[in-house]
Design a protein around this ligand. Structure first.
Ligand SMILES: [Zn+2]
Ligand SMILES: [Zn+2]
Length: 288
């Protein structure tokens, strides 16, 4: 499995400026892709990072896309109007939306994507998109399978702790020297309860990607906002027995120098516990 980070920033795109550089860790909001087999591709979330991803996949000549969403907060959707493949005839796009408990009936991502391209917010409305677009809801805990020729990837979901609800996803598929697994659990205030569905789903994963947006002091003031700290991510990874940790969803107020200090503290703590723990970076590509 090949994992690519197209966007790592939480909440709001954060362009790099000399007073507050962000080019090292990344300024685009959340989007990752997972590739496997001959041509398997899953795209998770459509933060602003999806813009460059879309151009890249068009250059590759791709015509079929599956977009999997964690939730409908704007930093996970706002790149979609700039996802070039959606404007191309002959492209087919399947959009998978989490069925979040307690939410009114109706596909939450379908509603949100239409709404953000309505007048007066955006000139090209959703019905003007040329791609063939279909929507489907994913139930909590549902197992999905996606095939690329003989190679298959299995995807599971679990609810995170986040206002309004959010899904984390586990991906099991062919990797370097056998089956590999990764869990993408952003927009989550890490639960440390090993009996929680998220930690059960994370059990033994080769890689956990987790939300460490806040410093300890920020988290004190923002408890219940649905984001964690790098230390909580580490505790989460250790409790779940994950083999490696990558922290993402960086705060717009944190420039590269601060993120570097936070990462050094995390890496040292991880080393003491015997687990590689670092921060994600925009454009980071990992072969699992
Ligand atoms: Zn977010
Ligand atoms: Zn969110």
């Amino acid at each position: 499995m090949k994992l690519t980070f197209w966007g790592t920033r939480g909440s709001l795109p954060t362009p790099s400026v000399p007073q507050a550089p962000t080019h090292e860790y990344g300024g685009d909001t959340t989007c990752i892709s997972i590739e496997w087999g001959r041509d398997g591709l899953l795209v998770v979330d459509a933060g602003t990072g999806i813009r460059r991803g879309g151009l890249h996949w068009l250059r590759e000549g791709r015509k079929n896309f599956t977009l999997l969403f964690t939730h409908a907060h704007w930093d996970h959707l706002q790149g979609f109007p700039f996802f070039a493949p959606a404007y191309v005839e002959g492209v087919s796009l399947e959009i998978l939306s989490p069925r979040l408990p307690g939410r009114p009936p109706g596909n939450i991502i379908e509603k949100a994507l239409y709404a953000q391209q309505e007048e007066p917010y955006f000139p090209a409305g959703f019905p003007e998109l040329k791609a063939r677009i279909s929507f489907r809801e994913v139930q909590p805990g549902e197992e999905m399978r996606f095939a690329s020729h003989q190679d298959e990837i299995r995807v599971h979901s679990a609810l995170t702790r986040h206002p309004g609800g959010c899904f984390a996803y586990r991906f099991d598929g062919p990797g370097q020297g056998g089956e590999r697994s990764l869990v993408f659990a952003t927009d989550n205030e890490p639960p440390i309860d090993p009996a929680s569905p998220l930690l059960k789903m994370t059990r033994g994963a080769d890689l956990l990607i987790s939300d460490g947006q806040y410093t300890e002091a920020e988290h004190e003031k923002r408890r219940g906002w649905g984001h964690g700290t790098p230390a909580l991510c580490l505790q989460e990874a250790l409790t779940a027995g994950a083999k490696r940790l990558l922290v993402t969803h960086f705060d717009p107020g944190h420039a590269d120098p601060q993120l570097q200090r936070m990462e050094e503290t995390l890496t040292a703590a991880g080393k003491a516990k015997g687990i590689p723990a670092t921060f994600a970076r925009q454009n980071l590509v990992l072969d699992l």
